[in-house]
Design a protein around this ligand. Sequence first.
Ligand code: NAD
Ligand code: ZN
Length: 362
Amino acid sequence: MSYKNFPMVPRVIFGRGSFNQLNEVLAPKRLGLNAPFIFLVDDVFKNNPWLTSRISLYYDDRIIFISSKEEPKTSQVDALVEEIILNTKERPSGIIGIGGGTLLDLAKAVAIMLTNEGEAKDYQGWDLVKNPAIYHVGIPTISGTGAEVSRTTVLTGPDKKLGINSDFTPFDQVILDSELTKDVPKEQWFYTGMDCYIHCVESLKGSYLNAFSQSYGEKSFDLCKEIFLEHSNPITDTEAQEKLMMASWHGGMSIAYSQVGVAHAMSYGLSYLLGTKHGIGNCIVFDQLEDYYPEGVALFKQMKAQHGIELPQGICAHLNDEEFDIMIDVSLGLEPLWENAIGKNWKKVITRAKLKELYQKM
Ligand code: NAD
Ligand code: ZN
C-alpha cells in the first residue's frame, strides 16, 4: 500500500477585503521588467471598476477577460498560451486567475502549459506533467467547486473530459475574499454551492473514506447545512458568504484524499455530450440519485425547495441511442469514481441499462 503524497496550497490569505493585498503579494514575485503578470479574469467583471481598479498593472502586465459561458477546453488553453507567448518578451512572472472554477482551472492549465511542451490534451490524466508550472495565484469569486485547493484542472479535450492531475497543478497562492462573491446570482450560487455539498456527500458515503477526508468532509457538510437550511439570508449575509468559501475549501480537501461518486461520474457524461455545466449538471443528476444517497438527496431536495430552485427537466428527452451510449461511455470511463461510490464490485451493479434508465429521467 502506498499513500498519496498530496501537495497543498502553500499560502492563503483569508478575509473580507483581502483582495486589496493582491499587489503587495505579487510585487516580490516579479521576475523582471519584461516578465509580466497576466490576469485571467471572468468577463462578468469587465465593466466592474470595483474589482478591476484594484489590479495594478505595471510594465507589460495585462488583464485578459474570458467568458465562463462554456467550460474550459484544451484548445482554449493552447490558444491562450500561444497568445501570451507571442505578446510577451519573456516568460511571464505569474498567472492570476480571478473567477469561478472555470477561470481557476484555466489559470492553472495555462501556468502549466507555459513550461511544458506540446498541447494541453497531452497532459489530461494523472502525473503526466514534467516541469513545474510558473507561479500561479487563484482568487475565487464564487464558492463551491474546491478548484482553489485541488490538484486538478478539469478540461474538455478532443476525446475526453479529464483533468490535468499533477503535483504542479495546485496554486502557489490563494486569496479568499468573500466580498468578491457578493453579486453572484441566486441560481448560480445554488448550483456551485451544491457542487460543494455533493462533494461532501460523495466523499463521506464513499468506500475510499478515511479520517483525513472525513474530518474535512464533515465540517464542510455541516457548513452547507447551516448555509442552505438555517441562515435567513444566506446569499447576501457576509458570514454565510465566508462560511461557503470555507465549505468549498474543506470539501475540496475532503475529495483530495478520497474521491467523488455517482453524481460526478454521470454529470461528466452530460457535460461532454450536451455541454451542461458542472454545477447545474451535478444538481440534475443528484436529484435522481435517491437509491444511492438517500439522506443526501432528501436534504438536497429540501434545500432546493427552500430556495425556490427549479431544475431543467427533460434535457435527455430528445437523445438517440448513440448519444446515450456516448454519455454512458464517458461516465463508465471514470472507474475510480464508481469504485469509490459502489465498491470493488461496482461493475456488477452499474450496468449500461441502469445508467440509461437514470439518464432518461433527466
Ligand atoms: P463558473 O466559473 O463556470 O462560473 C459560473 C457563472 O458564475 C459564470 O456565469 C460566471 O460569470 C458567474 N460568476 C462568477 N463569479 C461571479 C460573481 N462574483 N458575480 C457574478 N457572477 C459571477 O462556475 P463554477 O461553478 O465555479 O465552476 C465550474 C467549473 O469548475 C467547471 O468547468 C468545472 O469543471 C470546474 N471544476 C473544477 C474543479 C477542480 O478541482 N479543478 C472542481 C469542480 C469543478
Ligand atoms: Zn464537483
